[in-house]
Write a protein that binds this ligand. Sequence first.
Ligand code: DGL
Length: 286
Amino acid sequence: MQVDQRPIAVFDSGLGGLTVVRELRRRLPCEDIVYFGDTARVPYGTKTPETVLRFTRENCAFLLRMNPKCIVAACNTASAVCLPGLANELPVPVFGVVAPGAAAAVEAVGAGGLIAIIATEATIGSNAYKNAVFQIDTRPAVVQVACPLLVPLVEEGLDESNAIVELTLERYLGPVRRLSPAVVVLGCTHYPMLRGALASFFGKSVVLVDSASSTAEAVASTLGDSGVLVGAARNGRLHCYVSDNPRRFQTVGSRFLGESIHDVVRVCPEELACGRLSLGRTRASA
Ligand code: DGL
């Protein structure tokens, strides 16, 4: 087997992409991962496609300096708006979360079923998930719902035990539940954190497709098939970079990652935009 020591690069609009990193580390524990969270410019989900594309290009340009073997767009909004087009501009393979999530939904839906896609406004506006489903199979019915309030609720640490979450789900998703979807696609980095709340809201018979987990599966199998994994038993390292507030990234992000985050380096967003960089190191104890 070939050995490729280069890291896997992952980016997101903020800390939500750590749900994808968590799944990647479960499947590929020996791989080094370098993560960039654009915490100064989050959210992407309410921005125009032009702005999301500009930010995404800058994030990828930054990560390419780390000499990665591939880039994973963990952000659903960035994946929906910028892929597959952006992949043609980059010198390394790029994985998004939409195609694996859509494929998992089609596999789970069965004949004549309804797929509900829940995501940010920009992801829903792009129709990327819906188009990806129909590229595989035109038979399922698809309904799409933007749920913008769920991102801040998750970052506040609210879950199924909280009445605000219940009310918010009812408000956004009550009409969808009445349509009895067979599959619900969690088309946003934050939604896997609400898996329990969504499972009790929709009931046991509904399959929840977690695009973070489907994406990690796709990355692991593609890199494995291409023979570019590290090929040695070792603990892969995680290096994180953010464009603002490294301390909040560490505290809130650890919940998303399921482990502590040790070192986070801040990248100045203005310098990110113009290609110059100055990095400041921050620790949890700082
Ligand atoms: N990471 C974004 C996504 O998965 C959610 C947060 C945002 O709006 O930037 O779409």
